[in-house]
Design a protein. Structure first.
Length: 133
């Protein structure tokens, strides 16, 4: 009696990779939307610049902004900078409203909460895609 063995490993791996790619894109879109909802708005430039990409065969989702001041909004500046690395002395700057003196700006996180506050949702999306539901 002969037994024949056929491997479907290639199809299974391909299907799993496709599910991961779909989940990564959905998770990225969700995180981007949450970050935009949380983002403080003055001109709308920062909020409109928030995007997501996938890397490493969709095993990594990157969300962020290329706007130069994005880290300062997220992490704060001066005496308020997270980690204590900000300038500790006051400084003066000029804008269209005139001259101002400041000791910094408090953090206004929008990226980290978009990730941290929704981990369970992201996990459900991944599990759903991998299970085919």
């Amino acid at each position: 009696m002969a037994v024949e063995f056929n491997s479907n490993l290639g199809e299974v791996l391909k299907g799993s990779q496709e599910a991961i790619e779909r989940a990564a894109e959905m998770i990225g879109g969700m995180a981007e939307s949450y970050a935009k909802d949380l983002c403080p708005v003055d001109t709308g430039n920062l909020r409109n610049s928030i995007t997501h990409t996938t890397e490493n065969n969709s095993r990594t989702v990157v969300i962020g902004s290329a706007v130069e001041y994005a880290p300062y909004v997220e992490l704060g500046t001066g005496v308020y900078a997270e980690g204590g690395g900000g300038r500790q002395t006051p400084w003066t700057y000029h804008d269209k409203k005139g001259w101002h003196t400041t000791i910094g700006m408090r953090p206004r996180p929008y990226l980290r909460p978009a990730i941290e506050n929704h981990k369970d949702e992201y996990k459900e999306v991944l599990q759903g895609e991998l299970s085919g539901s």
